[in-house]
Design a protein around this ligand. Structure first.
Ligand SMILES: O=c1ccn([C@H]2C[C@H](O)[C@@H](COP(=O)(O)OP(=O)(O)OP(=O)(O)O)O2)c(=O)[nH]1
Length: 149
């Protein structure tokens, strides 16, 4: 198993530490490290601190901040940037852009789980500039070119 350095910046999270090591869970739950109940109005996005910092260190890794399915589906709380990308050299606090894409205000409680973080491999590539590609079956067809069925 890969070991990733993590800093707990908000002491209130010390109690939650076991949640960062749940076997079989793909995502690390990210909590809203806010001091007071806050309202996210429909259409609004707020940058929420999570109280943690990670340092992936390896350029072959990245982390993605993605919605929790229940919050996203039932309450319309997703990421304002759709997916947050954490670079391998980033060492600052992880923030979550919480966007209420729903129609009613959402009440966010301190330490509530608002998103999840997954570590993913990133293939390091070098782009080779060419005038023409070797022909492929699809060519430049896309955006529904194969029809619906
Ligand atoms: O949801 C997110 C997205 C990004 N970040 C942090 C980690 C990431 O490494 C850094 C920069 O993100 P990105 O490169 O996507 O931001 P940018 O808008 O292109 O800014 P920059 O000029 O800082 O790269 O911000 C977060 O904490 N949460």
């Amino acid at each position: 198993m890969l070991k990733i350095d993590i800093k707990i910046l908000d002491p209130r999270l010390e109690k939650q530490l076991p949640a960062y090591a749940t076997p079989g869970s793909a995502g690390l739950d990210l909590r809203a490290c806010i001091d007071h109940l806050m309202t996210i109005e429909p259409g609004a996005a707020h940058l929420i601190p999570t109280g943690i910092a990670i340092h992936l260190a390896d350029p072959g890794l990245a982390a993605m901040v993605i919605p929790r399915s229940g919050l996203g589906h039932k309450h319309g709380i997703v990421m304002g940037n759709l997916v947050g990308l954490i670079d391998s050299d980033y060492q600052g606090q992880v923030f979550v852009s919480c966007w209420n894409r729903g129609h009613i205000p959402f009440l966010l409680n301190p330490l509530e789980r608002i998103a999840q973080l997954v570590v993913v491999p990133v293939v390091q590539v070098e782009f080779n500039v060419v005038a023409d590609f070797e022909q492929s079956h699809r060519g430049a067809n896309g955006f529904g070119s194969t029809g619906k069925h």
